[in-house]
Design a protein around this ligand. Structure first.
Ligand code: ARG
Length: 459
């Protein structure tokens, strides 16, 4: 097979080199954005008088057709044509000869590949935003399902203070909101057009970069052709966003895996999302949650992969950059199915209220409420802390709860304690007592549920 653009070569390429250097096996998924970019480029070339209007129409009609063939699976991919850009240009030239040979005027594959990647990433961001919204809505739905349920909150995985179940769900809504905002911010830098930077220096031809940017929905034109030819910052940012989303999903999965254990027994998972064991008949394993947690490894790995890829590259394009797509596609493909599956698990699960309630008085979840009661009575915080600490030790020795300690003994511990202490003792009371903005008590949480309902209604 003759070399593509082989004017200056005397030898054909070793097939092993073709196999080693190809990217068509993984960049063919860019075909639709490549065609979008080429159509905008051809439109601009005609506008600037570099090709005629008839040539533009011919190019666009055939690009359209090529796109349809690729979508239908009837397009032939070959290893000797390195990448998707060469495949499409080559097909165009085969079909319309010299007119097709004009498409690459005033551009290079270097700006073309970055344009394609940016269009692809922009679409992916918009798609992920929709999936994250569905995830937030699923957690919000759980707030209604679990209205009024009080749960232990943990630090160090030790029982700490009681919060409403909805407080847990809204914590995830908050995290995924930040993820959406981070993606939206990343989108700003994605949405700057590289097209027309050409190989690295721009071009002597009278192109109109503003026009291609506008046609492709970019907000701005990259101002330095050297910078933009080597820029993959937006991919690093994007995969970082993916890795944090994945990390958030993983913490949720981990928490629910714990809650699904016999030891916790807080949760029932829908049968459709659990699996059996090949040997132990009683088992129901949370494999989907485990794999959501496990996928995080692949997603997070893309961040160092891209950083290491970039760290020693001199300006501007270097072939190393071809590897950028593997990291990004890999991370996206690992994460997307997790986001698709998660909402069904979230709304399909069930809190085992009776089990949670049965142990709600374990672990002194009301200790901090009692300490704060003492503070309200005028006891210095550190003194209150010590007093309650002693009472807890006393209860532990006796095997009872704080609410079981007789009033006389409470008064002995601190003379400022009176009958109204009964309003803060016990887990339910301790939860009710929470009143600060953002706390896990009823007033704060119901206000947040309403606010989120309003916020997530449209978007
Ligand atoms: N296959 C290459 C990539 O994916 C396309 C750009 C090649 N540019 C070049 N000057 N060889 O990065």
């Amino acid at each position: 097979m003759a070399k593509a653009w082989g004017g200056r070569f005397h030898q054909v390429t070793d097939p092993r080199v073709e196999a080693f250097t190809e990217s068509i096996s993984f960049d063919r998924r860019l075909y639709a954005v490549d065609i979008r970019g080429s159509m905008a480029h051809a439109t601009m070339l005609a506008h600037c008088g570099l090709i005629t209007a008839e040539e533009r129409d011919q190019i666009c009609a055939h690009l359209d057709q090529i796109g349809e063939e690729i979508a239908a699976g009837s397009f032939e991919f070959r290893q000797d044509l390195e990448d998707i850009h060469m495949h499409i240009e080559n097909a165009l030239i085969t079909r319309i000869g010299d007119v097709g040979r004009k498409l690459h005027t005033g551009r290079s594959r270097n700006d073309q590949v970055s344009t394609d990647l940016k269009l692809y990433t922009r679409d992916a961001i918009d798609d992920l935003d929709g999936l994250l919204l569905e995830l937030q809505r699923a957690f919000l739905e759980r707030c209604e399902l679990d209205a009024g349920v009080i749960m232990p909150g943990y630090t160090h995985l030790q029982r700490a203070q009681p919060v409403l179940a909805a407080h847990y769900w809204l914590a995830y809504v908050e995290k995924f909101q930040r993820d959406r905002e981070r993606l939206a911010d990343c989108r700003k830098r994605v949405n700057v057009s590289p097209l027309g930077a050409a190989a690295l220096a721009g071009t002597s031809l009278p192109i109109d970069r503003e026009l291609t940017a506008r046609l492709l929905g970019f907000d701005a034109v990259a101002a330095n052709s050297l910078d933009v030819s080597s820029d993959r910052d937006y991919l690093v940012e994007f995969v970082f966003c993916l890795s944090l989303i994945s990390t958030h999903l993983s913490t949720w999965a981990e928490e629910w895996i714990l809650w699904f254990t016999t030891e916790f027994s807080f949760l029932r998972l829908p049968d459709a999302y659990t699996t059996g064991s090949s040997i132990m008949p009683q088992k129901r394993n949370p494999d989907v949650l485990e794999l959501i947690r496990g996928r995080t490894a692949r997603v997070v790995a893309a961040v160092p992969q891209l950083l290491v890829l970039l760290k020693s590259l001199p300006m501007a394009y270097n072939r190393d950059l071809q590897e950028d797509k593997l990291g990004m596609f890999g991370a996206l493909d690992a994460l997307r199915p997790c986001l698709e599956l998660a909402p069904a698990i979230i709304v399909g699960a069930e809190l085992r209220r009776e089990k949670i309630e049965a142990r709600l008085e374990d672990g002194f979840l009301d200790a901090t409420a009692l300490m704060e009661y003492l503070i309200r009575k005028g006891v210095p915080m550190r003194t209150g802390h010590e007093t309650v600490g002693r009472l807890v030790a006393h209860c532990e020795a006796r095997g009872c709860r704080l609410a079981d300690v007789p009033m006389a003994e409470l008064r002995e511990a601190c003379s400022l304690i009176s009958e109204d202490v009964l309003q803060v003792l016990g887990t339910v009371n301790a939860n009710r007592a929470l009143q600060s903005f953002g706390s896990g008590g009823e007033r704060s949480v119901s206000g947040q549920v309403l606010a989120w309902k309003e916020r997530l209604r449209g978007s």
